[in-house]
Design a binder for this molecule. Structure first.
Ligand code: ADP
Ligand code: ASP
Ligand code: MG
Length: 411
């Protein structure tokens, strides 16, 4: 039988009633003849609570135990979803990541999927099981420890299952009815897109649009998974939601397709480091080893052989970054006068494949921000995106102003 993957995010399984509603949707697809793999997130708020408990218990925690704790929210919803389906007389059972087994590497809290053997689930489908409910976000390392796939990782679980089982489609059910030109929580002018190109979705996701986890888009692109984002709260129809697809399948040609933001950024500056060959390696090597996700980097003009080096990273990695850099300083590998962390910044980005062929987008972006009196602290660009780091208090204003400037509310 054809396989369909249906993923339900945290808000879609937040209560027993919502699990019932989601289960009914699964029932509709089962009735159409699909074998369904349901991927569930933890109930909304649960993972945050678990992460909070870990942080309260241990500042520089053992990531293996972090994973043991934060993966648990999905175990609950997987079991409850299977029970709900059974109550509807649909043959279903739950699977935790290690039972599948969803094999990952050992990069705890940010693990990458290495393999999903299909035999265990297929054997059960062969025996008449119609729905396999799989706990999202979690897997098992080669050492046999529980791993997690990074925040929002259930999306990646879903796409990886769709690829492994050659599913007809991967439907991501969430609390919005598709992918919008920007987060609809920031402006009611945000417009739902019927289609979005993989490359654009990839940039939007990696720049903060959390509607899909970045890795999930990468995987869908690589394996040609038909990916759809839709609401679990609205009526189901075949046209609902947003399809993430190849660039060739998109008609619209505009320079900017969407605006993304990331609230939880920090800007760190090493004041007065010796400007010599190898200095960047000496700084960013220890940061990489410390697992810091460095994003934007700026090296200032040097004066008298010394320079300031600025970089951005997620705000929750500041303590780790400071630890790594101070350790490198103590070892004599780098030498700086001061390390300053600005934890009140946000990143706002404009994304669009049209930028490849249209110039002036950066200029328009900078002018728009300047008209609003917003100071730009760091700039980064790629072929299809422009990102700026600004004071966090101006983040919403910047998103709204850019959404207006690029006329994204208009179809
Ligand atoms: P789930 O719990 O279902 O995984 P998430 O909270 O992870 O849901 O993702 C959905 C949220 O993503 C939406 O509620 C919305 O606020 C946010 N979001 C950010 N950018 C966008 C965008 N461009 N389009 C749609 N939603 C977006
Ligand atoms: N529950 C996990 C999180 O909140 C994974 C997910 O929902 O995708 O990050
Ligand atoms: Mg999510």
């Amino acid at each position: 039988m054809p396989v369909l993957v249906m993923k339900f995010g945290g808000t879609s399984v937040a209560t027993l009633d919502r699990i019932k509603r989601a289960a009914k949707r699964v029932g509709v697809e089962v009735a159409k003849g699909y074998d369904v793999i349901v991927i569930v997130s933890a109930m909304s708020g649960k993972t945050n609570e678990l992460v909070g408990w870990v942080n309260e218990t241990s500042k520089f925690y053992d990531a293996r135990e972090y994973d043991a704790v934060v993966s648990s929210g999905e175990n609950v919803t997987a079991g409850l979803m299977a029970l709900t389906l059974q109550e509807m007389d649909i043959p279903a059972r739950s699977w935790q990541g290690w039972q599948v087994p969803l094999k990952t590497n050992s990069a705890h809290s940010q693990a990458r999927i290495e393999e999903i053997p299909t035999d265990n689930l297929n054997a059960k489908f062969g025996e008449g099981m119609r729905v396999a409910v799989v706990a999202g976000f979690q897997g098992v390392s080669p050492e046999g420890r529980i791993t997690t796939l990074g925040r929002g990782g259930s999306d990646t679980t879903a796409v990886a299952f769709a690829a492994a089982f050659e599913a007809e489609r991967c439907d991501i059910y969430t609390d919005v009815d598709g992918v919008y030109t920007t987060d609809p929580r920031i402006t009611d002018k945000a417009r739902k897109l019927d289609k979005i190109a993989f490359e654009e979705m990839l940039e939007l996701a990696s720049l903060g649009a959390k509607v899909l986890q970045t890795r999930s888009v990468e995987l869908a692109m690589r394996f040609g998974v038909k990916l759809r984002v839709l609401s679990s709260f609205e009526e189901q129809s075949d046209e609902a939601g947003t399809i993430v697809c190849a660039e060739e399948d998109i008609m619209e040609n505009r320079p900017v397709s969407g605006i993304a933001y990331s609230r939880d950024e920090a800007k760190m500056t090493l004041i007065s480091v010796a400007d010599r060959p190898g200095i960047a390696a000496a700084i960013f090597g220890p940061l990489a080893e410390g697992g810091i996700n460095v994003d934007m980097i700026v090296q200032n003009i040097s004066e008298e052989g010394r320079t300031d080096m600025t970089f951005s990273c997620p705000v929750d990695q500041v303590a780790r970054a400071e630890k790594a850099l101070n350790a490198a300083k103590d070892k004599g590998d780098i030498n700086f006068h001061d390390l300053v962390a600005d934890t009140n910044v946000a990143k706002v980005s404009a994304v669009g494949i049209g930028m490849r062929s249209q110039s002036g987008v950066a200029a328009q972006m900078f002018k728009t921000l300047s008209d609003e009196g917003i100071n730009i602290k760091v700039i980064a660009t790629s072929e299809i995106k422009i990102s700026v780091l600004i004071d966090r208090k101006y983040m919403e204003l910047a998103v709204q102003a850019l959404h207006d400037a690029f006329e994204l509310e208009k179809a």
